[in-house]
Design a protein around this ligand. Structure first.
Ligand code: AMP
Length: 250
C-alpha cells in the first residue's frame, strides 16, 4: 500500500512571527523555516505503518517555492521513500493545494493520504477536507489513533469532550492531531541517505492545475500588545476594578 504524505514548509514554531511593515503578510525573510509540526506526525505515522509491514512506499509531497526541497529532504530523512516537489512562486491557498494533491493521487494511486490537521502558519484546517471532497474519499480528521486492517482504517478522533472512533474503507484521507504519535528525530546517517533518495520536481501547469489565488488578503496586523498587570489590595478592590475598568461584571 502506498501512502501519500503532504508536508508544508512553514515558519518554525519557535520563531516569534513578525508582520511586514506594509501589512501585506508575515515576514519570512531570514526566518527559520521547518516542516509543519502536524506533518512531522503524519510522516511518523506513515513510517510506523511501513515498519509494521502495512505500507510499502511513502511518498512525500510539498507545494510551494523551490526551498520546499529542504522540507522534503527532512521527510526523506525521517523515512519517506521518495518525494515530489510541486514548485510555484504563486501564493498557494488550501483549495489550490488540494487540487495539486488530487492530481498526484490520480497519478500515484495511494490507498491513504495522511495530512496535518492544520498548517501552523495559516491555521486553515481545510486542505485534508478539500482533498477528500475532490477525490470522493472518506475522511477522518484530528486522528489520535490509526489502525489499518483488511482494507479499512479505524481512527480515534479528538472531539470536544472526548474521542470518537470511526471506521472507513480505504482509500481514505486522515489528518493528524498532536496525540497521534511522537515523531522521531532524523539521525545523521539517515540525513545523508536522504540526499540520494529520488526527488521529482514538477509544476502546477504540468499537472493541469490552475493555482491562481481566489482569496485576497486585505491586511495582516499583529495582535494588540498586552498591557502590564497590576496588583489589587483586596477582593473589594478587585470587584470594583472588574466592574468599572474591565466592565466584565455588572
Ligand atoms: P491547512 O489546510 O493549510 O491548515 O493545511 C493542512 C495540511 O495540508 C498540512 O498539515 C499539510 O499536510 C497539507 N498542506 C497544506 N499546504 C501544503 C503545501 N503547500 N504543501 C504540502 N502540503 C500542504
Amino acid at each position: 500500500m502506498k501512502i501519500l504524505v503532504p508536508v508544508k514548509r512553514v515558519v518554525d514554531f519557535n520563531v516569534k512571527v513578525r508582520v511586514k511593515a506594509d501589512g501585506s503578510g508575515v515576514d519570512t525573510a531570514n526566518v527559520k523555516m521547518s516542516m509543519n509540526p502536524f506533518d512531522e506526525i503524519a510522516v511518523e505515522e506513515a513510517v510506523r505503518l511501513k515498519e509494521k509491514g502495512i505500507a510499502t512506499e511513502i511518498i512525500a509531497v510539498s507545494c510551494g517555492l523551490p526551498a520546499c526541497q529542504e522540507t522534503l529532504r527532512t521527510a526523506l530523512a525521517l523515512g519517506a521513500d521518495r518525494a515530489i516537489l510541486i514548485t510555484t512562486d504563486v501564493e498557494l491557498q488550501p483549495l489550490a493545494v488540494a487540487k495539486l494533491l488530487k492530481a498526484i493521487v490520480d497519478r500515484e494511486a495511494p490507498q491513504l493520504a495522511i495530512l496535518g490537521k492544520q498548517a501552523i502558519d495559516d491555521d486553515a484546517n481545510q486542505t485534508g477536507q478539500m482533498l477528500a471532497a475532490l477525490l470522493g474519499w472518506p475522511q477522518a480528521t484530528f486522528a489520535s489513533k490509526l489502525d489499518i486492517a483488511d482494507g479499512r482504517a479505524t481512527v480515534k478522533r479528538e472531539v470536544d469532550g472526548g474521542t470518537e472512533s470511526i471506521e472507513m474503507a480505504l482509500p481514505a484521507v486522515v489528518t493528524t492531531d498532536l496525540r497521534l504519535n511522537e515523531p522521531r528525530y532524523a539521525t545523521l546517517p539517515n540525513i545523508m541517505k536522504a540526499k540520494k533518495k529520488p526527488l521529482e520536481t514538477i509544476t502546477p501547469a504540468a499537472l493541469g492545475v490552475d493555482v491562481t489565488p481566489r482569496l485576497k488578503t486585505l491586511k495582516v496586523v499583529e495582535p494588540a500588545k498586552r498591557k502590564g498587570g497590576g496588583r489589587v489590595a483586596d477582593v473589594k478592590e478587585l470587584v470594583a476594578k472588574l466592574r468599572t475598568e474591565a466592565k466584565v461584571i455588572g
